[in-house]
Write a protein that binds this ligand. Structure first.
Ligand code: CTP
Ligand code: MG
Length: 232
């Protein structure tokens, strides 16, 4: 059985004060409703765990009813950092789950094809992540003002979600991370701690995250584009 954990318990600080970025409307519905819809409709996913901030459970229940999401889901409380929210989601997975796809709620353009491709790769390899080769020229700076070093772009990929794992693998990786008291910004970083290789899976369509106010206009266009509609 394949489950998804959608992490939706962040504060959206970089979007600015007083807004919950997951509930901003884009292409006719809240960001979160796009993401949830894709996992609701994906035939490769059997059930969902949605990780939310305390006190938000009712709002999420109402959203599921409004958009008629039919796939079984559980709501779980999030933690202070994203990794704590993932940890709580992992604890709530059904005992029958073999593969888990971990998804940012703030990433509404993820296609069913990409979800399925990461699941296939994780089944084979233990761990897989959606990503893209970096296209911009990248420089390193020591002081935030001047370039200190050129970085070879050909070896760099930017990471997205889903990040997909055999459940035993991600549980072991997260247990090790917590035992060592480390912080990670993505789930695959925990795999490094147990020497678990992670397969890179490039999507055919753009899969950006809603982070800053300017992101919405691009994401609106992507969600409305025919290519994305066709790839769901
Ligand atoms: N997330 C979470 N629990 C946290 C932090 C983040 O579930 N404690 C989720 C967010 O809701 C989001 C995803 O992880 O769907 C990716 O995180 P990010 O884009 O960084 O969102 P926020 O942490 O909410 O935003 P910011 O970093 O700007 O505060
Ligand atoms: Mg964050």
């Amino acid at each position: 059985m394949n489950s998804a954990i959608i992490v939706a318990a962040g504060k959206g600080t970089r979007m600015g004060p007083g807004v919950d970025k997951l509930f901003l409307e884009v292409a006719g519905r809240p960001v979160l409703a796009h993401t949830w819809q894709r996992f609701n409709d994906a035939s490769c996913i059997d059930d969902l765990v949605i990780v939310v901030r305390d006190g938000m459970q009712t709002v999420f229940q109402e959203l599921a009813a409004q958009f008629k999401f039919t796939k079984p889901f559980q709501l779980v409380s999030g933690g202070v950092e994203r990794q704590d929210s993932v940890w709580n989601g992992l604890a709530a997975l059904p005992a029958t789950t073999e593969i888990v796809a971990i998804q940012d709620a703030a990433r509404p353009c993820t296609s069913e094809r990409l979800i399925a491709d990461t699941i296939a790769a994780a089944r084979e390899m233990g761990a897989a992540v959606a990503g893209q080769p970096v296209t911009d020229t990248i420089k390193e700076t020591a002081d935030g003002k001047t370039i200190s070093r050129n970085v070879d772009r050909t070896r760099l990929w930017s990471m997205q979600t889903p990040q997909t794992f055999r459940v035993d693998v991600i549980r072991r990786a997260f247990a090790e991370m917590r035992r060592r008291g480390l912080a990670v910004t993505d789930d695959t970083a925990a795999c490094e701690l147990i020497g678990q290789p992670v397969r890179l899976v490039a999507g055919a369509t753009a899969n950006p995250k809603v982070t800053l106010p300017g992101d919405l206009i691009v994401i609106e266009a992507l969600l409305r584009s025919a290519s994305l509609v066709g790839s769901a």
